[in-house]
Design a protein around this ligand. Structure first.
Ligand code: PRP
Ligand code: MN
Ligand code: MG
Length: 181
């Protein structure tokens, strides 16, 4: 079958850079949450890879839960409407919640999630996002753990999709415009 790498232009963040950064973030998280149980909340589906690799770099006690929300559908622009596809299984009361995301683009998904979580009685809520696009922000998100600030280009790989494809790439790459235009 064809190689999906032919549909990419630049590699923006390599597998090695991602893994090094996640180890660095994990060390900070271990220090900040020393002695506390952390509830990692992965935002499906994009956050699966970050969750898997970040969690395995943490030394402290963590639990994992998942929330499935979607706002992009099959396009390259956020619809601005966030839909819950799957809610959490856990009760957030008195929990130290760390939301794990692949990317903060417009910020609309996280701003909606943070507001949704705020009423659930958590002891603390923080955000860890591998990628952030400062030039695409429509709302400001207070994100304590950020991996990389990247330019405002449509990126795929390491969990990030275009129409559900490319999530399985090990690197984060720019999708060639001919693929979506
Ligand atoms: C993507 C990405 C983030 C969100 C970021 O999810 O995984 O969750 O968009 O964009 P925003 O800051 O503009 O809201 P998507 O809605 O594509 O669902 P997916 O994770 O299932 O791909
Ligand atoms: Mn997502
Ligand atoms: Mg998506």
């Amino acid at each position: 079958s064809s190689d999906i790498r032919d549909e990419l232009t630049d590699i923006l963040v390599t597998e090695k850079e991602i893994q090094d950064k996640l180890r660095e973030l994990a060390a900070r998280i271990d220090e900040d949450y020393a002695g506390k149980d952390v509830l990692l909340v992965g935002v499906l589906k994009g956050a699966v890879m970050v969750m898997a690799d970040l969690a395995r770099s943490l030394c402290g006690h963590v639990q994992m839960d998942w929330m499935a929300v979607s706002s992009y559908g099959a396009g390259t622009k956020s619809s601005g409407v966030v839909q819950i596809r799957k809610d959490l299984d856990s009760d957030l009361t008195n929990r130290h919640v760390l939301i794990v995301e692949d990317i903060i683009d417009s910020g609309l998904t996280l701003s909606w999630l943070l507001e949704n979580f705020e009423s659930r009685g958590a002891a603390s809520i923080e955000v860890c996002a591998l990628l952030r696009k400062p030039d695409a922000a429509k709302v400001q998100i207070d994100c304590k753990y950020v991996g990389f600030d990247i330019p405002n280009e449509f990126v795929v790989g390491y969990g990030l999709d275009f129409a559900e494809r490319y999530r399985n790439l090990r690197d984060v790459a720019v999708l060639a415009p001919h693929v979506y235009s």
